[in-house]
Design a protein around this ligand. Structure first.
Ligand SMILES: Nc1ncnc2c1ncn2[C@@H]1O[C@H](COP(=O)(O)OP(=O)(O)OP(=O)(O)O)[C@@H](O)[C@H]1O
Length: 563
């Protein structure tokens, strides 16, 4: 066992990055990370599931929801030490090695309640240590669970953590492995899809684990198709729904219902989120005990974002967006030696276009979106985490939970899907009490979005005078961008804004705006769109649209709204 003393934040991040990489890149995902627990496994108790209960109920007005407002100082760290709580000495050793000195505010607020056996709904700002907050008591629950016998064919899973994305699941599992450094008999595994189901099934069989971190879709697949898996879930004592609101707005409600039905009623449940929507409150009524506590570490309004992150918005016609972005980046790079920028775009294909353009402008740029294979996403994510002087162009797959240190600027191009998404994207900077900057770049007809964030400290920035040199460079760069990227971006752009009710109401206007976007890419004649896609979008015969005849098969692969 290695005991090389307390780790610096950098060292810890490096270890975690390695673990994340390993968790996603291993063919069978097992590697050496998943500890072989066969020696200490025993049959879990057969709990009763709440399968026959109606799962989603309207919030019952009689159900108490105890609200606890935790300290809301701007510092994310509290003065409380971990050893002030009854945590096992080996866990405390792991925490020390991880380099954590005092608890974060959300950890301090939730741990005592969880150790008392309470269910909790916790709301805390982005980047304030929610993962450790639910992992620590989860580890303690495993330690307290009776050891499983060696000959148990279906060793129980004690802790089930559900995360909305593969990246977050791997990140949580990697963080768990850091905290488990001195608990060699406790195993962690991830089931996240991206690999074939049988590969994961073999891994689950070969290296049993007490802590399972999963994305909802793949977890449901295992419940339905993996022999003995449902029995193993009957051992669950702790269920964690991480980024609960995102789980729901990604459309995982049915999967969540199924998961809740598959674990015993007698359990502790934690819901963690940076934002708490009405839907989350509804899930609380199903997932949490009636006497659960709501731990709110966030003041409404301005308190939802970090004071140290300056927020600005710019309103400019679409034809100026690319050159404004370029100017913004050039200035930021000059002013910040070790700059690290994230640019959020509306869809995967617009992301690819912007990344392509910035590459042509000789900026050090990487891209992440749903159209890239998982192994590529993991590699780029790892590189961005470790690097300085780098720009990541991404879709919303990187909006939530992903922990990149030292991001100096977040740019959001075009309409964020809603207020919550704006807050989560902005939350990629200003993590762990650091400073940061956020810029939202909108067209005049997108200005209505600002009413949903008017309580946040976001101020209008005047537009810089037109930099003709920059404009010329951008135009040249756009000429070099591949035509297929422009075509796909145009189609994706239309798909995205078609889903925005306010804009899509008038389809003729929508197409006019799309054609404006086309011109901003240097295409005076907009790309033609396959007739079947137009049919799906409800845009057939809209003036201004160009139809690609006899193109029915090929574009079926193109999901015009994918992130
Ligand atoms: N007590 C602590 N002291 C110092 N650093 C900590 C502590 N607890 C967690 N961290 C570190 O803080 C960083 C942010 O934590 P984490 O990613 O869990 O934030 P989060 O609140 O889940 O953010 P998001 O809402 O964006 O998902 C991580 O690098 C984590 O290792």
């Amino acid at each position: 066992m290695n005991s090389d003393g307390p780790k610096s934040g950098k060292k810890r991040r490096e270890i975690r990055a390695k673990l994340v990489k390993k968790l996603t890149s291993d063919e069978d995902g097992s590697g050496k990370l998943v500890k072989d627990n066969n020696k200490s496994l025993k049959r879990g108790r057969e709990g009763k599931s709440d399968v026959d209960e109606p799962l989603i109920k309207k919030p019952a007005s009689t159900t108490p929801l105890v609200t606890q407002i935790a300290k809301t100082s701007d510092s994310y760290l509290s003065k409380t030490r971990f050893d002030q709580f009854p945590l096992s000495p080996l866990t405390l050793k792991g925490i020390e090695d991880a380099g954590f000195k005092t608890m974060t505010v959300v950890q301090e607020a939730t741990l005592p309640l969880i150790l008392q056996g309470k269910d909790i709904l916790a709301k805390a700002k982005t980047g304030t240590g929610k993962t450790v907050a639910f992992l620590l008591p989860s580890i303690e629950a495993v330690i307290k669970a009776p050891p499983a016998s060696r000959d148990n064919r279906h060793p129980p899973i004690i802790v089930l953590v559900v995360c909305p994305t593969r990246e977050l699941a791997c990140q949580a599992a990697a963080e768990a492995n850091i905290l488990l450094k001195y608990h060699p008999s406790i195993g962690v595994q991830v089931v996240i899809g991206g690999t074939k189901l049988p590969t994961e099934q073999r891994r689950l069989q070969k290296s049993p684990c007490q802590i399972l971190v999963a994305t909802p879709g793949r977890l449901k697949d295992h419940i339905d198709n993996t022999s003995g898996f449902a029995t193993r879930l009957m051992g669950v004592k702790v269920l964690v729904l991480d980024e609960a609101d995102h789980l729901l707005d990604m459309g995982f409600r049915r999967e969540i219902e199924r998961i809740i039905a598959a674990v015993p009623k007698q359990r502790q449940t934690f819901l963690f989120s940076a934002t708490v929507s009405d839907e989350v409150r509804q899930i609380c009524h199903v997932a949490l005990k009636r006497d659960h506590e709501f731990v709110n570490c966030v003041q409404e309004g301005a308190g939802e974002t970090h004071q140290k992150v300056s927020q600005m918005y710019m309103i400019a016609s679409l034809d100026r967006h690319f050159s404004l972005l370029y100017g913004l980046l050039k200035k930021h790079i000059t002013d910040n030696v070790g700059y690290k920028v994230i640019i959020f775009c509306t869809t995967a294909m617009v992301t690819r276009l912007v990344a392509d353009l910035l590459g042509k402008l000789s900026l050090n740029v990487r891209e992440i979106h749903s159209r890239k294979p998982q192994s590529y996403r993991t590699r780029v994510s790892d590189e961005f985490r470790k690097s300085k002087s780098i720009i990541l162009v991404t879709s919303d797959v990187s909006a939530r939970g992903v922990d990149y240190p030292d991001v100096s600027l977040v740019v959001q191009m075009g309409l964020p899907s809603d207020r919550e998404q704006y807050i989560h994207r902005l939350g990629r900077t200003g993590r762990k009490g650091k400073e940061g900057e956020g810029v939202l770049l909108l067209a005049p007809w997108e200005e209505y979005f600002l009413s949903s964030v008017k309580d946040l400290p976001i101020t209008k920035s005047s537009l810089p005078p037109i930099d003709h040199e920059a404009v010329k460079k951008v135009q040249k760069g756009l000429i070099q961008v591949e035509m297929t990227n422009k075509e796909a971006a145009y189609q994706a752009w239309l798909g995205y804004y078609k889903s925005q009710k306010k804009i899509a109401r008038d389809t003729t206007r929508l197409v006019e705006l799309a054609n404006e976007f086309s011109r901003s890419m240097g295409l005076s004649i907009p790309p033609a769109i396959p007739v079947n896609i137009l049919g799906k979008m409800g845009l057939k015969n809209v003036p201004g649209i160009r139809v690609a005849p006899g193109f029915d098969k090929k574009p079926a692969k193109r999901n015009y709204r994918s992130r």
